[in-house]
Write a protein of this length. Structure first.
Length: 250
């Protein structure tokens, strides 16, 4: 049975962020708020279904029932299940990139405080979208997801560069973007790996990553730490974090 007009389930969040998406895989873009809500309902339904089914087992009928919309309304926007997967991944990636948006109080943070805040925000995003991790790895080379990922990395680089230049006004803009790109990639690798580590190893990887980033930005004259002091010891770089730093520079 379809939902009454304007009705929302208890599990449906407020409609936010849809305007940030390209919605390139949809059959058509919504022209009314009701259409936007249906798209959000479908994306939320897909993530709920992933908690009890494998991605390849989810059907359009499953989505119709779980989202509480008619199958015709589902196909009105989504031509197939792949378009749903691509759109839900785009939303998660947009949520991840939004953690770098300037928040109240960010201007007062030193570099370490800023990195800590980014990690908390990214962790919160992937707790909400945790069921998508395996799906993202399966689709990350899809042309649409690859294009969106590259665009959002550049946006992240711009936002982080602005923070670095706030901390070090004399920092060259091009170098600030290069550092911003590295920070974004390394933080993404950190979050990916924290998911699979026990707590003692998580703490060690956090410290190692923070020290690695501090060393890189401090070499460019950016003050680091909450007290604007460089870390006293040099990080023992793990292969995972080192590869991420090299990839960001390439």
């Amino acid at each position: 049975m379809g939902k009454a007009k304007g009705q929302r389930s208890a599990n449906t969040p407020r409609i936010t962020g849809i305007d940030r998406l390209t919605l390139a895989s949809l059959r058509r873009r919504p022209s009314q708020q009701r259409g936007v809500q249906r798209i959000v309902d479908v994306l939320d339904a897909f993530e709920r279904l992933l908690q009890r089914k494998r991605c390849e087992e989810i059907t359009m009928d499953d989505l119709s029932r779980t989202a509480g919309i008619q199958i015709g309304s589902l196909y009105h926007f989504f031509p197939d299940i792949t378009s749903v997967i691509l759109t839900v991944l785009e939303r998660a990636l947009a949520d991840e990139t939004s953690v770098f948006d300037v928040r109240p109080g960010d201007a007062k943070l030193g570099f370490v405080g800023y990195i800590d805040a980014i990690e908390r925000r990214m962790t919160s995003v992937w707790r909400r979208h945790g069921s998508l991790m395996a799906v993202f790895f399966a689709y990350q080379r899809h042309p649409l997801i690859w294009s969106i990922t590259r665009q959002q990395r550049e946006r992240t680089a711009t936002l982080v560069a602005a923070k670095l230049q706030q901390l070090a006004p004399s920092l060259d803009a091009a170098r600030a973007r290069e550092l911003g790109r590295m920070v974004g990639v390394v933080m993404a690798v950190l979050i990916d790996n924290l998911e699979f580590l026990p707590e003692p190893e998580r703490r060690g990887l956090r410290e190692e990553t923070q020290l690695l980033l501090c060393r890189h930005v401090a070499a460019e004259g950016v003050p680091v730490g909450r007290g604007d002091r460089a870390p006293a010891r040099r990080p023992a770089r793990s292969a995972r974090v080192s590869r991420a730093a090299r990839a960001a520079r390439s």
